[in-house]
Design a protein around this ligand. Sequence first.
Ligand code: SF4
Length: 380
Amino acid sequence: MEVRKHAILSASSSYRWLNCPPSVSLSEGVSDEVSEFALEGTDAHTLCEYKLKCALDLIDGDHHLPKLEWYSEEMEECANGYVAFVLEKIEDVKKDGKDPIVLIEQRLDYSNFVESGFGTGDCLIIADGTLHIIDYKHGRGIQVDANENSQMMLYALGALELFGFLYDINEVTMTIYQPRRSNISTFKMSSSDLYQWANNVLKPIAKLAHIGEGEFKAGDWCQFCKVKTTCRERANENMRLARLEFLDPPLLEDSEIEEILQKVDEVVEWVNDVKDFALRQAIKGKKWKGFKLVEGRSNRKYSDEEKVAKQVEQAGFNPYEMKLLGITEMQKLLGKTKFTELLDGLIVKPPGKPTLVLESDKRPEYNPAKADFMTNEEEN
Ligand code: SF4
């Protein structure tokens, strides 16, 4: 499968290298394992591209769709949603009396600001002074915010470099479409502000990153760094918490617990990264002083399920249990329309378990009274 090509100072990794420029040279030569999530994302992009081109009559439906190894009904629904969203955007632009130019999977070159920098924009809509950039995200892990998102800003810059002088663009609208998180996030910026950022912030940092200079700085961007496990700066940053002196009085103060909570997720992530790395190396034969590799716990299982069922049936017992299908499986069985028709009013969403998060999190504050009320309602 063809995975999208990326520049070294790529738009998708810009959040990391803008915060930690020397991470680029430190990662040089470190191999990058392509995850299953990345392969699934590539397939989803291919499907989105194909469907959008069909919808815009740029190719006909008989056009050969590349084989999608990770195809699923969910992916199909996501791609349909994406196409509907883009078509709606195009209609909105037309309503304003503008005749838009639509570009799909457009290579965007921002090398005037970042050495050899380029990326690929999923969809660009250009009409009368405005540029819309829509980026499809298939991931469901991290919710991506378009607000001052450097990846989107680099795409926008590449698009302005390419089309700015032809279409006199003075405003850019950048949208992240992330269906598996029900997230549509949009950020607007004037092209003059974008160029100001490009000249004053981007260009100098990209220069440092290119020559392997600048300061190491650890933060949540480390999770995307190829040397995140062995990086000393990240280790130091996380060990700083362990070195905090919580001596007097014997019990921790609220303010100290708050301080720990601020950092604890990153510390746990770092510790797990180090443990994963050490285990993978040990499996490859590396000996860590004071440690050894042993077999983990395992559960009993049938070696041949068919044979087991047959033996039990022959002995006069029923080896099977009858279970209601889960919601996803049931929807697959019935199809979306029948599912809604038959089960309308029978699907509920109980309140999730309370979770402590940073105040900046976008979710509304947990309301215990509302949760109690909903639980009692369900019990009645
Ligand atoms: S792990 Fe973090 S601090 Fe270390 S080089 Fe990578 S981005 Fe920089």
